[in-house]
Design a protein around this ligand. Structure first.
Ligand SMILES: O=C(O)CCC(=O)C(=O)O
Length: 297
């Protein structure tokens, strides 16, 4: 069973890489007969920001440099929308065959979409708040094994170092989950932007240049972040974390994830009025089956 899956996975990936230079620092495009157009998601994002539609469960985030009283409903005020599992148009991203084809290589046939985001990284105001600190996504997840979780992150436009591309530490997915906390940044830090405090500064960094529609798939232990947006535009990407539906929940009490559990549980209460009590209940509420059978998540 495991060998069968490994064979299929290798085959899919080798077919995909065939013809590209494996050592390139640019992303390998997820092109195919039905390459999708991220503009469709942009139109819906703009409608959400203008409050023309209010999908259930959606969370709009603003950059810490924008005061609460300055907020007006428009695209320039929203740095991220999270939890779009009830928005039919945005959630279509999580069901695209050109995405799931690769996701299945990591999760197997029963697939849950656990965490959805559309990131609209604003031009940096000079306070460097548009940076995303180096982190591992597993810090936010109370389910395992980590090898059956994968993030798909699609560029909605050309992305490079100028507008704050992803930066990754290759090979770190083979390590363990490190303690995270808010970084001590002078200009302020965005809500829930926890970072690793003691990463190896000598680690090789790869800056992931991507074209519109390119997708990277990465492991939840991979150390990554993104730099400042030094342009005038809002850098857009859409992403989803997928997991095998037979992943198991763990209790994060007494672990390095205890603090983020409290923060997320409190935020879920403040924002949605939901008494979840644990990270497990938050993710059970957010997760949606996209393929196969829902087993334990
Ligand atoms: O889009 C970005 O700037 C980074 C997003 C990211 O790493 C995350 O939300 O975990």
């Amino acid at each position: 069973m495991e060998r069968g899956r490994a064979y299929t996975r290798l085959n899919t990936l080798l077919q995909h890489l065939g013809g590209s230079s494996a050592g390139a620092v640019t992303a390998h495009p997820t092109s195919g007969a039905a390459k999708f157009q991220p503009q469709q998601f942009q139109v819906q994002f703009e409608r959400i920001c203008r409050e023309e539609v209010k999908p259930l469960g959606l969370m709009l985030m603003r950059d810490v440099s924008i005061g609460k009283s300055e907020y007006v409903p428009c695209e320039k005020m929203v740095s991220k929308v999270q939890n779009f599992q009830e928005d039919k148009e945005l959630f279509r991203y999580c069901t695209l065959p050109e995405i799931l084809k690769y996701v299945e290589c990591f999760t197997g046939p029963n697939i849950m979409a656990m965490h959805t985001m559309l990131i609209n990284k604003p031009p940096d105001t000079g306070k460097k708040t548009s940076r995303h600190p180096l982190h591992q996504d597993l810090h936010y997840f109370p389910f395992r094994p980590s090898n059956n979780i994968v993030c798909a992150w699609t560029a909605m436009e050309h992305i490079d170092r100028k507008n704050g591309c992803l930066v990754v530490f290759p090979g770190t997915h083979k390590g363990t989950l490190k303690p995270h906390d808010y970084p001590q940044w002078d200009g302020g830090v965005n809500l829930m932007f926890h970072g690793i405090q003691d990463y190896d500064k000598n680690n090789t960094r790869v800056y992931v240049t991507m074209e519109k529609g390119d997708t990277v798939f990465f492991h939840p232990l991979l150390i990554h972040g993104s730099g400042r947006n030094k342009t005038e535009g809002f850098r857009k990407a859409i992403s989803c974390h997928f997991a095998a539906s037979d992943c198991k929940y763990i209790d994060v009490k007494g672990t390095s994830q205890e603090k983020i559990e409290k923060e997320i549980v409190d935020l879920t209460h403040k924002f949605y009025g939901l008494e979840t009590g644990s990270l497990k209940n938050v993710w059970t509420w957010k997760g949606r089956l996209v393929k196969g059978e829902r087993i334990s998540l």
